[in-house]
Design a protein. Structure first.
Length: 277
């Protein structure tokens, strides 16, 4: 190890977070060149990562970035191999950096394309290098899953307890706090669509037919059956359409009424749950 000092090994250790022996070996292989040693460590880590690429990544979290002014929002699914890693501060930072870059950068169609863009928190590094450096320290595979960007004022919420989910909500008017309240409602109540008009018409027609047959079986006069069915469909809508659902923070009004009463228009939402497409 001629020419490589303990101080140089320590410096590489502080920059990479890798074990001292790995840092020592990298410096030795690269003749004491610090930059070359860091590249060597990254390349070695990439080789290990490639061999492990088929490992299942069934855990993870959603990175979020949203703001009202200038209006934009983004959400990114970052997956890993084990539950403890989802609480690692650097993993959380990577998830949020991915979302921030997606929102504020040139955009990306895929997670792979996003990884080649600059990291918002690591000067001089791409998001891919940030991910690979984290892999070197933790030795778990990380995969970028679904990504979405909304060019509009957005609120968001990420739930990381028994069910890992993320919600991104586009609105007009209101405040970030009000938008977050609606996002939390969506995470809890899992609406299928924004409004009754957005529901799958085939499902609505099927439910209408079931309710009509049930009313006839009850012996109701056919002249009033259709009106009864439309009344009973309100429960069906309230279970599935966001603006028709009773608001969880005050069930005396629907989500739509809550938004209207606070000067906020709900335009669309994206709700993802980890492990459910």
């Amino acid at each position: 190890m001629a020419g490589v000092t303990a101080a140089e090994v320590k410096a590489i250790r502080e920059m990479t977070g890798l074990p001292m022996m790995d840092c020592k070996k990298a410096l030795t292989e690269c003749g004491g060149d610090q930059e070359a040693a860091i590249r060597w460590l990254r390349e070695r880590g990439a080789q290990v990562q490639s061999r492990r690429s088929d490992r299942e990544t069934s855990f993870g979290r959603f990175g979020m970035y949203m703001r009202f002014e200038p209006p934009v929002g983004a959400m990114v699914e970052l997956k890993c191999e084990s539950a403890p890693v989802t609480q690692n501060p650097e993993f959380i930072q990577l998830a949020n950096d991915l979302a921030q870059q997606l929102a504020t950068g040139p955009g990306a169609e895929t997670g792979e394309a996003l990884l080649d863009q600059p990291s918002p928190s690591k000067d001089g590094m791409t998001l891919r290098e940030q991910r690979d450096d984290l892999f070197n320290r933790i030795r778990e595979v990380f995969n970028v899953g679904r990504i979405v960007k909304i060019d509009g004022a957005c609120g968001g919420y990420s739930h990381n307890a028994s069910t890992v989910s993320g919600v991104l909500l586009e609105v007009e008017g209101g405040t970030p706090e009000l938008a977050k309240d609606v996002c939390m409602h969506i995470a809890a109540m899992r609406p299928q669509a924004l409004s009754t008009e957005d529901l799958d018409q085939a499902e609505v027609d099927k439910e209408r037919a079931i309710l009509r047959e049930a009313a006839l079986q009850e012996g109701k006069p056919e002249s009033i059956v259709d009106k009864m069915v439309e009344g009973r469909l309100r429960n069906f809508y309230a279970e599935r359409a966001l603006v028709e659902q009773p608001f969880v923070k005050g069930d005396k009004e629907t989500v739509g009424q809550f938004a209207d009463n606070n000067g906020m228009k709900i335009k669309r939402f994206v709700h993802w749950e980890l492990g459910r497409e």
